[in-house]
Design a protein around this ligand. Sequence first.
Ligand code: IPM
Ligand code: MN
Length: 352
Amino acid sequence: MYKIAVIPGDGTGAEQVREGLKVLEAVSDKFNISFEKVSYDLGGERYLRTGEILPESVIEEFKGFDAMYLGAIGHPEVKPGILEKGILLKLRFELDQYINLRPVKLYPGIDTPIKDKGPEDINFVVVRENTEGLYAGAGGVLKKGTQDEVAVQESINTRKGVERCIRFAFDYCQKRKNKSTVTLCGKTNVLTYAFDLWERAFYEVGREYPKIKTEYAHVDAICMWMIKNPEWFDVIVTDNMFGDIITDLGAMIQGGMGIAAGGNINPQGVSMFEPIGGSAPKYAGKNVINPLAAINALSMMLETLGEYRAASMVEQSVIQVCVNELKSLAAGAMGHSTSEVGDLVVKYLQEI
Ligand code: IPM
Ligand code: MN
């Protein structure tokens, strides 16, 4: 029996999570695994209603779960930063989810905007450091609002934080089939303190994995090659900010936010899985959002729990839906409603 904390959150989050849980129900029947789900009301609605963002006691409760399943956080009536920092980043930090794992995989039947590239070319993962860098909140502001204003925002890179992230990337690479390269994405030509630390740690850790090839590329070049030669990549490891940026690019080449999922992983603790698109308020409540990203997040959750067969069959079912059923991955253009897409995944899952 697994204990799962469910956070539907804002906007379309609830609709996406609803379809994910539908699939989880089917997984439970098919594989005879039981899940105890506890739902948490966190997000913009609650904040506007009660002023509460994320009570400390809730963070403590999360530590008692096997995994967390998140819809989306972000509300148009709440000033940017409050919910992102107060909920999403706070959970990542407090639960020490130091890896943000983001697969970039083009499924058959899905259009990529890159001409002449197909599923055999686009299949890599980004291992993004998730608790440090520019996200750590170091810095401050002086003389705010005046002509003399000074704003400093520093990137924090600890040897421990960098090394454990890099080690995760090599371990993960070892488990992947076919390719076996880890590419460090940095900016050693300008960020000569931070990425010097990253580069040294990278090659030192890399020596412990003699079968894995190590490569280095600057982040700007990575953006170029992700479009020009995505087939070069297998596992990319990078810091928090670069990882944030290149994974939106990655989501686009795999078909968009409708399909892209990620895991905030603490290998020694509780991990949180989410579709990586936002709360998409303009589509909320209309039953038009694509739930496949959330269903992919569910598959990642199953994999992290060690339910490999279930995880892979959920992914296979998603692929079947992409190949046979959907007109497009975009919200409102799928040729099916949100709940119908969830039903279709369940149908294929039952047939496998
Ligand atoms: C993401 C998001 C978050 C991030 C925001 C919402 C704080 O863009 O998960 O990639 O920057 O990490
Ligand atoms: Mn992002």
